[in-house]
Write a protein that binds this ligand. Structure first.
Ligand code: LMR
Length: 412
């Protein structure tokens, strides 16, 4: 037996595997509605104008070099990220209790949080929403958690939040369990709790001593306003909960491959902050040693300059407005075609995604017959719809659901 003879083939990653399949497809009308990356009105990747501008100025700045960053990252970046998340008047920032270290984007922040919790939190049960971004399972399993459970989140019936199920599951969670919450623009469903519902979730977390770990990957994508999208995290943090939050700048800065992220934690005192930071630094040193600088410099430059900050907020508006327009366009086209089923949820869902309701065999049909790629759970990246392809996509959905009816319509 050779040295690697007993290494079994791992399952491919569904999101990236789908992208590879799309790239390999030579059909002229192919559409990738899968991976969660913003596309412009021509279906192309979009480098935010403010990012282009800052990159040009960084390239000409001869004072910059490629020396190592501190282990916990670029301080002007992590401090600015904290203000973006918690608001500049946040008491935990003012009191020196808020800790932020640089991470390899959202995934790296979650992994770092998982390793930290494995070391310092004695409850090993993790709750993720059903459904959730599939990588949540993977990240926590890889970090060594064995007890990963789901709390109800999405009602197939209403295509909205299963709030009663969610509360019930969290109320019955073992004391101290870790709960992963999506800060805004829930991935994959596009369904967020209301402020009143967040307050009830917060109360249950407090009563059950649950450890709230937010995944904040789409700040700005729900409402187009970064402050409003941080409401849930600010509400939890402002009420004394020991919140952790992994922030990604992949989507709202379009810096996907730069892996710019931050893990933020609200501690109880400046002394705690110092200890927590020192432990996080040790974990970082043992994994990536120290973080990459390019994306962090771009984000720091923008967030620390009022004019660039305003420009960036304008760029976010461009993305969120275009997505909202594409929701309406697709919805109207499906309606005009008399497509079987109710499609109003396309307008109701928020953020980058719509949980279309298309079933796995319908999704497969969309791929094999129409060269349209979406996740098997029916998630659609709404930004990948364009004025040019909306007709084609709507007709494909119409043909698919006419030919392969929804399961509940067969049962009815
Ligand atoms: C997605 O959900 O498609 C994105 O967040 C890309 C990824 O890393 O999975």
């Amino acid at each position: 037996m050779s040295f690697y003879g007993n290494v079994e083939l791992a399952c491919p990653d569904t999101i990236f595997d789908l992208r590879d399949a799309y790239n390999a497809d030579s059909h002229p009308y192919k559409v990738n509605l899968g991976i969660g990356a913003y596309r412009d009105s021509e279906g192309k990747p979009w480098v935010l104008p403010v990012v282009r501008q800052v990159e040009a100025s960084l390239a000409g700045d001869l004072t910059l070099n490629h020396e190592y960053l501190p282990i916990d990252g670029l301080r002007s970046f992590t401090d600015a990220a904290l203000r973006l998340l918690l608001g500049s008047n946040s008491t935990s920032i003012v009191e020196g209790r808020a800790c932020a270290v640089q991470s390899l984007s959202g995934t790296g922040g979650l992994r770092l949080a998982a390793e930290f919790l494995l070391k310092f939190h004695d409850v090993r049960t993790v709750y993720v929403s059903r459904p959730t971004w599939q990588n949540h399972h993977h990240i926590f399993k890889s970090a060594g958690f064995r007890d990963i459970r789901e709390y109800r989140y999405y009602s197939k019936l209403t295509k909205g939040l299963d709030f009663a199920g969610l509360l019930d599951d969290l109320k019955n969670a073992p004391r101290g369990s870790i709960v992963i919450l999506h800060a805004c623009a829930h991935n994959p469903t596009g369904v967020d709790p209301s402020h009143e519902q967040w307050e009830e979730i917060r109360t249950v977390c407090e009563q059950q001593g649950l450890c709230a770990l937010f995944d904040c990957a789409y700040q700005g994508f729900t409402t187009g306003d970064v402050d409003r999208d941080a409401w849930a995290v600010r509400h939890f943090a402002g009420n004394g909960l020991p919140v952790l939050c992994s922030m990604s700048f992949s989507k709202n800065f379009g810096l996907y491959n730069e892996r710019a992220g931050v893990l933020a934690l609200i501690t109880g005192s400046p002394q705690e902050e110092t200890s927590v930071r020192s432990q996080l630094k040790q974990l970082i040193r043992g994994t990536m040693s120290n973080p990459p600088s390019h994306g962090a410099r771009i984000v720091a430059t923008v967030l620390n300059n009022p004019a660039l900050f305003d420009e960036w907020k304008g760029n976010i508006q461009t993305m969120s407005t275009r997505i909202a327009e594409m929701r309406r366009l697709l919805y109207e086209k499906l309606l005009a075609l008399g497509t079987p089923g109710n499609w109003i949820h396309i307008l109701d869902h928020i953020g980058m995604f719509t949980f279309s309701g298309l079933e796995p065999n319908q999704v497969e049909h969309m791929k094999t017959h129409h060269h349209i790629y979406l996740l098997a759970n029916g998630r659609i990246n709404m930004s990948a719809i364009t004025p040019q392809n909306a007709d084609y996509v709507a007709k494909a959905i119409n043909e698919t659901v006419t030919k392969i009816p929804f399961e509940d319509s067969i049962a009815a």
